[in-house]
Design a protein around this ligand. Structure first.
Ligand code: PMV
Length: 319
């Protein structure tokens, strides 16, 4: 087979990856824990046999993203491979802190592996996705996912399947345009200039242990407390960088206040925010509708998207 397609969903980190221990090998400074979503997706098709690589994203040529895609294809199928025609389609805004690179590279490695018949196992595909985008390594796996740092690299695994703890996620989209500073450059700037960076790295194992225990015990309040703490700490590291990196807008803050109001009213919800102004709200199913309605009517929210937890990247037939 020379052509194959795959689908992957973004994942949202509850204990974040922010910083690299090896920039060239794109290895993270710490482990991380995330949830894979269900209803937001990226579908990638790869067809080998062209003279050179070509990339079309949501129907438009995307030459500026091609070098990263080419490097990723080389890592999966080798540098002696044929050129590839790659098409990517997503049902959510890309490059705005919504983890589009995670779903894109997770789907890309699965499609390329299948199209070129490389026979890589899931662990290897996860490593190769992580080489392209650190968070993409986690989108190869279902539900609650831990990425562990090992002496030689990373090891990713599922801590709990979606059906074992079926949480809901509401994404409050506040802006649909791309971000000012990409996460890779932002991480490097934080490591070089933020006085809070080293303590962030040093304390990460504690946060991972707390989140792991909360997931094992299905303790929503504990999971929310550690996830909000870890998110605010990551953004504090960014605010302390020079020049500072501030992804939040007034709409981001308004959404955080909405979450506090929901919590005060007794709803089981917590927020997390990545390298962008969007706010992701994790809920127990019984609080999801109240959270969606409250976020939709929050100032500056353009739209909301809702998702259950889902499975890792997999082959699909795209017609
Ligand atoms: O995978 P990258 O390089 O786009 O970095 C992801 C960084 C965060 O989304 C902010 C945190 C995370 O763990 O996903």
């Amino acid at each position: 087979m020379m052509q194959a397609s795959a689908q992957a969903q973004p994942n949202i980190a509850l204990v974040k990856y922010w910083g690299k221990r090896d920039v060239a090998a794109n290895l993270p400074a710490t482990g991380s824990i995330s949830i894979t979503l269900e209803s937001l997706w990226t579908r990638m098709s790869v067809e080998f046999g062209a003279a050179k690589d070509r990339l079309v994203v949501n129907g438009l040529p995307a030459d500026e993203m091609l070098p990263r895609v080419t490097r990723c294809l080389d890592s999966v199928a080798g540098t002696g491979r044929a050129g590839a025609r790659v098409t990517s389609d997503s049902n959510f805004p890309i490059a705005a802190g919504l983890a589009s690179s995670a779903s894109a590279f997770a789907a890309l490695v699965v499609a390329a592996n299948d199209a070129a018949d490389c026979g890589h196992e899931r662990a290897e595909l996860s490593r190769l996705a992580g080489l392209a985008s650190g968070s993409a390594a986690r989108s190869l796996f279902d539900g609650f996912v831990e990425l562990a740092n090992t002496s030689s690299g990373i090891e990713v695994s599922t801590l709990a399947e979606p059906a074992e703890w079926p949480l809901q996620v509401i994404v409050a989209v506040t802006e649909e345009t791309g971000k000012a500073v990409g996460s890779g450059d932002a991480m490097i700037r934080c490591a070089q200039t933020s006085p809070f960076y080293q303590s962030w790295v040093d304390r990460q194992d504690e946060d991972l242990a707390a989140a792991r225990a909360a997931i094992a015990g299905r303790d929503f309040a504990k999971l929310g407390a550690i996830a909000e703490h870890n998110c605010l700490k990551m953004h504090s590291v960014m605010w302390g960088a020079r020049p500072p990196i501030v992804y939040w807008t007034r709409a981001t803050l308004a959404c955080m206040e909405t979450v506090r109001d929901l919590q005060d009213a007794g709803h089981a919800v917590f927020f997390t925010i990545d390298a962008g102004p969007q706010v992701k709200v994790v809920c127990l199913p019984e609080s999801a509708e109240a959270a969606r309605a409250a976020l939709a009517s929050t100032d500056g929210v353009r739209k909301t998207m809702q998702s259950a937890l889902g499975v890792g990247a997999r082959k699909v037939t795209v017609v």
